[in-house]
Design a protein around this ligand. Sequence first.
Ligand code: ZN
Length: 146
Amino acid sequence: MGEQRWRGLGPVQTDGLECVVCAASFRRPGSVSEPVGRSDTGSQVFACQGRCLAVARAPGAPDARRLTFWRDNRRDGEFSLPLTEVAALFAASPWAEVAWRLDRKLRAFLTDPECAVSAVWDDHAGYAALVELVGTAGRGEGAGGT
Ligand SMILES: [Zn+2]
């Protein structure tokens, strides 16, 4: 196996300036990153040391870290999104600010017809990884105690 290929990254992630897992910027002083493979364009990409690095190097990554959805609960409405993109959509949505447990508001966000995903899923392992990912990204913003 060669280096991991990362698809569906944002432009700044592709440039290696943001974590491929949580999208944190490496331009912040004190951020520590490690290379985790290459983007579609062949540029080297990075993840934060610690949890993000573990997620990035998990067996099956990065392809396993897409979540398959069904739009409007229709069999022909199948599509999939990288977990990182779902996490970014969630963080940008009003649901991220709601004072609910993460799991509850994440489910509300994913099925909200007003939001970008608006779909159902049955990939429970993928969903669990998404909860972990969003929880990691939101830490330090009072997103959930210890
Ligand atoms: Zn990260």
